[in-house]
Design a protein around this ligand. Sequence first.
Ligand SMILES: Nc1nc2c(ncn2[C@@H]2O[C@H](COP(=O)(O)OP(=O)(O)OP(=O)(O)O)[C@@H](O)[C@H]2O)c(=O)[nH]1
Ligand SMILES: [Mg+2]
Length: 234
Amino acid sequence: MLNDENFNRSFVSPILPSEAAGRTSHLKKRKILVLGSPGVGKSAMIMRFKDDIFLDYYDPTIQTTYKKVLPFNNESIELELLDIDGQTEYTIFSFSKFSFGIHGYILSYSIENRQSFELLKIIHSKLIALVGRDVPKILVANKCDLNNKRKISAEEGKALSKTINCPYIEVSAKSSDNINKMFHLMLVEIKKYENNVDFKGLTCKKLFEFFVRNESCLIKLFYVLMALNIVRKK
Ligand SMILES: Nc1nc2c(ncn2[C@@H]2O[C@H](COP(=O)(O)OP(=O)(O)OP(=O)(O)O)[C@@H](O)[C@H]2O)c(=O)[nH]1
Ligand SMILES: [Mg+2]
């Protein structure tokens, strides 16, 4: 059976040569945003995954990006992990700037904090409303080492994951249980989504997003279309 220990051995490899040389530009990139209310352990989970260390102090995050190259399905993927602060109003109302270019979302709560679980439902609704479609995501219940202080049962977590249609996993940044597995699960979900997606629609959307982001390109495209029209008339 694949437990987290043998999973870690198979999934997390030593630093890849390309990473050591700093040449990662050719790698497939996947950007992941970790969401959840303050103190659920977003930064701790990321640091456990990235450097295999546990942050046992609480230092509210401003905004940081971490990168890690890892093997997945016979290729190397560069994971870009966006760690933003979990301040309620910031997470819920201001992550519109994070909705572009994100491949997958980790929705996290802490098993010993009921409020973080309730808030996650709001974060999820807000996210879907913001992006305008379903997204690759996983539901993560952190701090499973604190089982004696548990406020949200695994059944309740699984029920929520069914409602929002995504996998559920319990992890601990402290003990490192399931941490690597969780990022692997995220990549699996992204892959599933990419296999099912309507590429024609997505390409149009991506092109539209690109031009909106690069206004000058939009103006150039306008001139090109004008010129083509003139040539065609002549
Ligand atoms: N027991 C236990 N404590 C944890 C775990 N993960 C994080 N913590 C602790 O919870 C506190 C908050 O962790 P952070 O990772 O800073 O939380 P955060 O979600 O990044 O918080 P913000 O940046 O404010 O949004 C810290 O004191 C961590 O040591 C865990 O798995 N088990
Ligand atoms: Mg943080």
